[in-house]
Design a protein around this ligand. Structure first.
Ligand SMILES: Cc1cc2nc3c(=O)[nH]c(=O)nc-3n(C[C@H](O)[C@H](O)[C@H](O)COP(=O)(O)O)c2cc1C
Length: 111
């Protein structure tokens, strides 16, 4: 399963791309838009990929809620997480003088 929370659609596109790659490798995948599927459980899936856009430093409430609701089952599953964001290391205090974090980041940091 690839489950995602999104506001503006980026995370949906990344989720679709991940699902396409898994499918092309012979893995059956369900893509779950958490805005519309709040009751789906993870019990019948072997691996769960969960992604979210980042707003004001937080995951979407749908993705957070999904992980909280399914936390016991997720502890027994293989879980992969991804986030779509502008700059995960952006700090509010740095925005006042215009400077941004310069620490090295993983090339996989966005998704
Ligand atoms: C109102 C707003 C707040 C945002 N806050 C953050 C943030 O705190 N940190 C960050 O790294 N990116 C932030 N972003 C950038 C989003 O995480 C980025 O556009 C992401 O792709 C959105 O995902 P979505 O299209 O799936 O909703 C923000 C974007 C908007 C519009």
């Amino acid at each position: 399963m690839v489950a995602f929370g999104t506001r503006y659609g980026s995370t949906e596109k990344v989720a679709a791309e991940i699902a396409a790659i898994l499918s092309s490798n012979g893995v059956g995948v369900k893509v779950l838009d958490l805005r519309y599927n709040k009751k789906e459980t993870v019990s019948s899936y072997g691996m769960i990929v969960i992604g979210s856009g980042i707003m004001a430093g937080c995951w979407s409430k749908e993705a957070q809620g999904f992980m909280e609701t399914n936390q016991d089952a997720l502890r027994r599953k293989k879980v992969a997480l991804f986030a779509c964001c502008g700059d995960i290391e952006f700090k509010k205090d740095q925005s006042r003088n215009g400077s941004r974090s310069t620490s090295p980041r993983s090339p996989q940091g966005t998704a």
